[in-house]
Design a protein around this ligand. Structure first.
Ligand code: PEP
Ligand code: MG
Length: 756
C-alpha cells in the first residue's frame, strides 16, 4: 500500500468515527484504537487540556485506570514539552530524553519508542496525541504525518464537541507560554497597549477532511497558479521598485513558490483525504518540525519566508484575500507585520491602532514617517515575532525603549499603565507650551513648524501651537487613493487644509511619488523605468514628465489658495532648471486662471527642497529665484552616505550627528547668508532633540518636524543659549572627536537639557 493510500485509510476510518453518533469520549476511544492499529503501536493516547493540566482522556495500551487520572502540567514530561513548545517529538528511546518522566499508574515502563504531536486549536496546543512502542524505533515520516493529520481531525472534534472550554484554553495557554519580551529598534517613540493583529491574518482551518478529493486538488492547483502569479508580479515590481533585502526575500519566495517538492507533498496530503487548507497546514507543520531539527539560523530565516508563503497560499485557497485592515479593527490593536507600505498603514483605523511591530523597517522609511504622522509608536527589526506573538495576545509596546511585552503579568501591566499615565502627563506639559513662543534664552525666535500630509493632521496645529506647516506631503492623498486623485478632490483637500491653518502658513510640497512611495496606478510606469527608484524617476522628475499630473496639482493649489497666500515647494530639485520648469507650470496655470478672471492667490511663494547633494554646489544660481529653501535631510543623508533610507540593514549604520552631514549642512546655511532666502530643515532629523540642538548650533532657525516633537523641541529651544551652543559646535566640527553624539549629550546634560 502506498503511503497516501495508508493515510487515506486512516482518514476514512476517522471520518466514519467522526460521523458516528458516538459521544465525544466514545469517539476519542475509537481514535486511539484506529491509530494504534494502523501504526502498529502498542500504545496510543490522547491528552487534552483541562483546568490547566494535560489530562489523559483516552488510551489504548496504557492502564485504563489511568484515564482521567494521569495529569501533567504544561512543560512536564514529554507530553508537557510537546504542548509547551507546540512541537512534534519522535524518539527511539523515550527515557533518554531529558524531559522524560515516568508515571507508574500508566504501566508505560515497558515501552521504548515514543512519538507525539500537539493538538493545535487557534494556534495554541490544547492537547497531545502520542504513540508508544515496545521496540526502540523512530517512527517513519509517513507515520508522523498520519499523527499530525489525526491531530488536526481531533482539533476539529474538540472544537465541535466543546471538549475544552475555549476561553479557558486560550487563557491557560497564554499562561502556558507566559510573558515574553521582544526587542527591536525604536522607529516611532511612544507607548501603546492592545491586542496583536497580524497584518496578513492567519487562516483558521475549519474542515480537515475532504468531501471531494478531486475538487480539493483543483483548488490547490488554482491557488498555486495564483500565488505564483502574485509572486512574479511582486518580483517584477520589486526588481525596480524595492531593491535591497526585499529582492533576496522575493528570490526565496520564488524558489519556494515553484518548488515541485512542496506542491507534491501538498498533493499527497490531499490524496490522503485532506481538504486543501488542511493539506497545506499539515505539510507546513511537518516542514517546521524538520527545520527545527536542523537548527541553522540561515535556514530559520528561510523558514520564515516559507511560512509567509504558506500563509499566502492558505489565504488564497480560503478566499481570504484582504489584509487585517479590510476586516476592520475591533479593539485596541498592536499591528504585526513583516513590513508595510505607507498606503497599507493608512488603511487602518487610527483610533484603534495603538502600535506597530515590524520585523523589518528603518527610521526614515515612508511607512515610519506616516506612522509618526499618525502618532502611532513603532518598533522595527523585531526578532522572533512569529514564534512569540499569537493573534489576539495582549501586548504592551514601549517603542521608546524598543521593546514589547507579550502576555504581560498583571503587575507588569499595572506598572506600564503608571508609565503611560506619566507620559500622558509629560504630553500635557508639552501641550501647555502650545501658546508659548519658542525663544531661546538669548532671545532668538526659532520657527517650529510641523509636517503633515493628511486632513486629520491639521488638528495638531492648534494642539501643538506650531508656527505653521513647514512640509505638507501632498502625495499622501495619492497614496491612499486607488486611482489618481481628480482635480476637485485635490482642490477640496488643499482648501480644507488652508482653512484649518487659518493665518498660519502651509508649505505644500508638490507630489513626491516614486521611490518607496509607489502608487498602484503608476506602478507599471515607475517599474518600467527605474532600476534604483530612490535615485530614479520620482518626485519632480516624474511630475515634470507627467505634466498633466503637475498641471492638475498646480491648478488645484492655485484655486484652493484663491485670495490668500500660497507656499509651493518642489521636491528633489537637482539642478536649477528643474525649479524653473516646475515654476513655469504654475505660471501657465496662473495665466490661465487670470484669463478666466478667477480669483487668484494673493501672493505665491516658491521654494525648493535641498535633498540632492548636487544642488548645494549651485545654490548661488538657485537662491535668487527662491523665497525659501527646505532641507530634506531624509533623502539628503541617504544620498550623502549612499545608504538606502529604507534598507533595514543600514538603519543604524550612519549617524545624523556625523561631521560629514553637519559640515555639509553648515556650509549650505553659510553660503546662503545675505540671500534673503528663508532656510529651514524639514527632515526627521529636526524632530529629534540632540539633532535639533546640532542644527541650531550650526545656524538653522527654522525646523519643520513631526507634530509630536513640537512640544519637546519648544521646551529645548527655551533652554538654549545660541552663542554658547554655536561655539561648542564649531569647536567639535573643526576638530571632530570620535563621537559627536556623546559630546553633545554631555553638553546638554550639563545644562539640564532633556534629550532622547
Ligand atoms: C526628506 O527627504 O527629508 C523629506 C522631508 O521628504 P520625504 O521624507 O517625504 O522624502
Ligand atoms: Mg525627501
Amino acid at each position: 500500500m502506498t503511503a497516501a493510500a495508508a493515510a487515506r485509510q486512516i482518514l476514512t476510518r476517522l471520518t466514519e468515527v467522526m460521523a458516528s453518533r458516538l459521544h465525544a469520549q466514545g469517539k476519542l476511544d475509537q481514535v486511539v484504537e484506529i491509530i494504534g492499529e494502523c501504526l502498529s503501536s502498542e500504545v496510543c493516547s490522547i491528552y487534552l487540556l483541562r483546568e490547566g493540566m494535560l489530562e489523559l482522556f483516552a488510551t489504548r495500551g496504557l492502564n485504563q485506570s489511568a484515564v482521567h487520572v494521569t495529569r501533567m502540567a504544561i512543560g512536564e514530561g514529554l507530553t508537557g514539552a510537546i504542548a509547551k513548545k507546540v512541537e512534534t517529538l519522535n524518539l527511539a528511546e523515550a527515557k533518554a530524553h531529558p524531559d522524560f518522566q515516568y508515571r507508574p499508574e500508566t504501566g508505560e515502563e515497558k515501552f521504548h519508542s515514543f512519538a507525539g504531536v500537539p493538538i493545535v486549536y487557534r494556534e495554541r496546543a490544547v492537547g497531545v496525541l502520542c504513540v508508544q512502542h515496545v521496540e526502540p524505533r523512530r517512527y517513519e515520516e509517513v507515520e508522523i504525518e498520519a499523527l499530525q493529520t489525526t491531530a488536526m481531525v481531533l482539533s476539529e472534534l474538540i472544537a465541535n464537541a466543546e471538549l475544552i472550554d475555549e476561553e479557558q484554553a486560550l487563557g491557560l495557554t497564554a499562561e502556558m507560554t507566559g510573558p515574553q519580551t521582544l526587542s527591536g529598534l525604536t522607529l516611532v517613540k511612544g507607548l501603546g497597549a492592545g491586542h496583536a493583529v497580524y497584518h496578513q491574518p492567519r487562516v483558521e482551518i475549519t474542515q480537515v477532511m475532504a468531501e471531494d478529493i478531486e475538487a480539493e486538488r483543483q483548488r490547490v492547483y488554482r491557488a498555486f497558479d495564483k500565488m505564483r502569479e502574485q509572486i512574479d508580479t511582486l518580483a517584477s515590481q520589486a526588481e525596480f521598485g524595492i531593491g535591497g533585502e526585499h529582492e533576496e526575500v522575493l528570490e526565496t519566495y520564488k524558489m519556494f513558490a515553484y518548488d515541485e517538492g512542496w506542491s507534491r507533498r501538498i498533493n499527497e496530503a490531499i490524496d490522503s483525504g485532506l481538504t486543501a487548507e488542511a493539506a497545506i497546514e499539515r505539510v507546513q507543520q511537518h516542514t517546521r518540525m524538520r527545520m527545527r531539527e536542523i537548527d541553522d539560523p540561515l535556514l530559520a530565516d528561510r523558514m520564515h519566508d516559507l511560512e509567509d508563503l504558506a500563509n499566502r497560499l492558505l489565504r488564497i485557497v480560503a478566499g481570504q484575500v484582504g489584509t487585517a485592515a479590510s476586516q476592520g479593527l475591533r479593539r485596541d490593536t498592536i499591528l504585526i507585520a513583516r513590513n508595510l507600505g505607507p498606503a497599507e498603514l493608512l488603511e487602518y483605523d487610527k483610533r484603534r491602532l495603538k502600535g506597530v511591530i515590524l520585523e523589518e523597517g528603518s527610521l526614515t522609511a515612508h511607512v515610519v514617517i506616516v506612522a509618526r504622522a499618525m502618532n502611532v509608536p513603532v518598533i522595527g527589526r523585531a526578532k522572533g515575532v512569529r514564534t512569540t506573538i499569537r493573534e489576539g495576545d495582549e501586548i504592551l509596546l514601549d517603542a521608546s525603549a524598543g521593546s514589547a511585552i507579550v502576555r504581560p503579568l498583571p503587575q507588569v501591566a499595572d506598572a506600564f499603565q503608571t508609565r503611560f499615565a506619566k507620559s500622558r502627563e509629560k504630553q500635557a506639559q508639552y501641550a501647555a507650551l502650545k501658546d508659548v513662543e519658542p525663544f531661546t534664552r538669548c532671545g532668538t525666535r526659532i520657527q517650529v513648524m510641523m509636517n503633515a500630509g493628511l486632513r486629520d493632521d491639521m488638528t495638531a496645529l492648534a494642539l501643538t501651537g506650531a508656527d505653521g506647516v513647514g512640509l505638507f506631503r501632498t502625495e499622501f492623498q495619492f497614496l491612499v487613493s486607488a486611482t489618481l486623485p481628480q482635480r476637485e478632490r485635490q482642490t477640496r483637500l488643499y482648501r480644507d487644509v488652508l482653512d484649518a491653518a487659518g493665518d498660519k502658513p502651509v508649505i505644500f510640497r508638490t507630489v513626491d511619488i516614486g521611490g518607496d512611495k509607489s502608487v498602484p496606478y503608476l506602478a507599471s510606469e515607475i517599474a518600467a523605468q527605474d532600476e534604483n527608484p530612490a535615485m530614479g524617476w520620482r518626485a519632480l522628475r516624474l511630475a515634470l514628465e507627467r505634466e498633466g499630473l503637475m498641471k492638475i496639482q498646480a491648478r488645484s493649489l492655485l484655486e484652493a489658495a484663491a485670495g490668500r497666500s500660497l507656499y509651493v515647494m518642489f521636491p528633489m530639485v537637482s539642478e536649477p532648471w528643474e525649479f524653473d520648469a516646475a515654476k513655469q507650470v504654475f505660471d501657465e496655470q496662473l495665466a490661465f486662471l487670470r484669463a478666466q478672471k478667477k480669483l487668484l492667490p494673493e501672493r505665491i511663494h516658491f521654494g525648493a527642497m535641498l535633498e540632492v547633494p548636487a544642488l548645494a554646489e549651485v545654490l548661488d544660481m538657485l537662491l535668487p529665484r527662491l523665497s525659501f529653501l527646505s532641507i530634506g535631510t531624509n533623502d539628503l543623508t541617504q544620498f550623502l552616505f549612499a545608504a538606502d533610507r529604507a534598507n533595514p540593514k543600514l538603519a543604524e549604520r550612519y549617524d545624523w550627528l556625523s561631521p560629514s552631514i553637519l559640515r555639509f549642512l553648515r556650509r549650505v546655511i553659510q553660503n546662503s547668508i545675505g540671500s534673503g532666502v528663508d532656510i529651514g530643515v524639514c527632515g526627521e532629523m529636526g524632530g529629534r532633540r540632540l539633532e535639533a540642538l546640532a542644527l541650531l548650533g550650526i545656524g538653522y532657525r527654522r525646523l519643520s518636524i513631526t507634530p509630536a516633537a513640537v512640544g519637546p523641541i519648544k521646551e529645548l529651544v527655551r533652554k538654549v543659549d545660541l552663542a554658547e551652543l554655536t561655539a561648542a559646535m564649531n569647536g567639535w566640527l573643526a576638530n571632530p572627536g570620535p563621537n559627536l553624539r556623546e559630546q553633545l549629550s554631555a553638553w546638554a546634560d550639563a545644562r539640564d537639557i532633556e534629550y532622547d
